[in-house]
Design a protein around this ligand. Structure first.
Ligand code: PMM
Length: 384
């Protein structure tokens, strides 16, 4: 007998093995997805649900690890699928179907587009900072002219969305008054819109700034506070019919470092982001307009950022497109020893890893290297 270990992280391996043995394309693809291993962590599980899960697992050939109020279930996708179907659900597990059904549906058919952007390839979001104290471009682009020059370069390098921000969110940054923030970003957004450089997003936590930016031509609001800073922000996004990037952080830029305490960072960030996205939906932002972002560097230690990068699939499981912003951040400096102005290579590698784990949008300061790395990563996963 001859044994070949197939790559388990991609359905492509099984699909190719079956196709090479004469299977038709569609059944081969279906079977390849069916044997993909999935692991779900179930919480708020009752004692009887736990017992029923263990019994089902023994029969279905699934691994079920349980403890007080929780169960971790690992099985091929085809084994888990019946648990999401009311007609095939084992008795006593009815509470499982809705959430598992939602997860399996988005796993099988992830979001294909967001706003005007197709997600079948890496989407670069270029950073246009109009903050005098931004840590990475040090205020070099603080006037409209400089912002336009930066935007032109980012678009030439392949950015499909430009993120204009007027408030630095680094720890210790001086807070910016609403009117000052509007005075920084609105003229830049107007000018970029006039020149057809866009679509544009505004990086703000404030409803009034978002309203002014959307009025000036922005199509997306990028809120690093995950709707925690200004309760009026969701309403502004909803009534403008704009897109929304919900980023994870805890506390404020001044308090976040002391809040970087997690027992399992990926699961906790996913739960908190899921709650933030639910707040957005409760505020009438349509589900398909929402993108989630793990918020690298915000209330996370370097180790936690790397854990989160590795376990990004946990966020993808929420069912929203995932954006990441590792660009030039301190955790990359920790790994490479490089200063902030020399982290674009590390950024490019982090973006490629994030793509492979399911991220689709990449917020970056310099697009050239990230684009190249992402082209290689996308070619590896058969995307364009
Ligand atoms: N990081 C910064 C600012 N805004 N927005 C999103 N969605 N994701 C991020 O990771 C993010 C962000 C901080 O970086 P900067 O000061 O260099 O822009």
């Amino acid at each position: 007998m001859k044994l070949t270990a197939l790559a388990a992280h991609t359905p492509e391996a099984v699909r190719a093995a079956l196709a090479a043995r004469g299977w038709d394309a569609q059944p081969a693809w279906f079977a390849a997805n069916g044997v993909q291993p999935l692991i779900v962590l179930l919480e708020e599980v009752s004692e009887s649900e736990r017992e029923n899960l263990v019994r089902w697992g023994a029969k279905a050939g699934a691994d079920v690890l349980t403890g007080d109020g929780w169960a971790l279930v690992g099985a091929a996708a085809s084994r888990l699928a019946p648990l999401a179907r009311p007609d095939r659900l084992p008795a006593g597990l009815e509470g499982l179907a809705p959430e598992l059904g939602r997860f399996l549906a988005s796993y099988a058919d992830p979001p294909r587009c967001w706003e005007t952007l197709a997600l079948d390839h890496p989407v670069l979001i270029g950073v246009v900072n109009v903050t005098p104290d931004s840590f990475s471009d040090g205020g070099r682009y603080s006037t409209v002219d400089r912002a336009v020059a930066q935007a032109e370069r980012l678009v030439a390098d392949g950015c499909e969305l430009l993120d204009v921000g007027g408030e630095s969110t680094r720890p210790g940054a001086v807070p910016v008054a609403e009117l000052d923030e509007i005075a920084r970003v609105a003229p830049v957004i107007e000018e970029l819109t006039r020149r057809g450089l866009g679509p544009l997003s505004v990086d703000t936590r404030k409803a009034a700034v978002a309203r002014a930016a959307l009025g000036a031509g922005a199509a997306v609001v990028n809120d690093v506070s995950g709707l925690a800073f200004d309760p009026a922000l969701a309403g502004v996004v909803a009534s403008a019919g704009a897109g929304l990037i919900v980023m994870h952080m805890r506390g404020t830029p001044d308090t976040m470092d002391s809040l970087a305490v997690y027992r399992h960072v990926a699961a906790e960030v996913a739960a908190e982001l899921g709650a933030a996205a639910a707040r957005a939906e409760a505020g009438s932002v349509a589900r398909e307009r929402i993108v989630v972002d793990p918020g690298f560097g915000f209330a996370k230690t370097p180790e936690q950022n790397f854990r989160l990068l590795d376990e990004l699939a946990t966020l993808v499981g929420l069912g929203y497109p995932v954006a990441v912003g590792p660009s030039r951040k301190r955790f990359l400096g920790t790994a490479t020893g490089r200063p902030v102005e020399d982290r674009d290579r590390a950024t490019a590698v982090a973006c490629a890893l994030a793509w492979e784990r399911g991220a689709r949008l990449f917020r970056i300061h310099d697009a050239a290297l990230a684009r190249e790395a992402l082209r290689v990563a996308a070619a590896t996963t058969n995307a364009r």
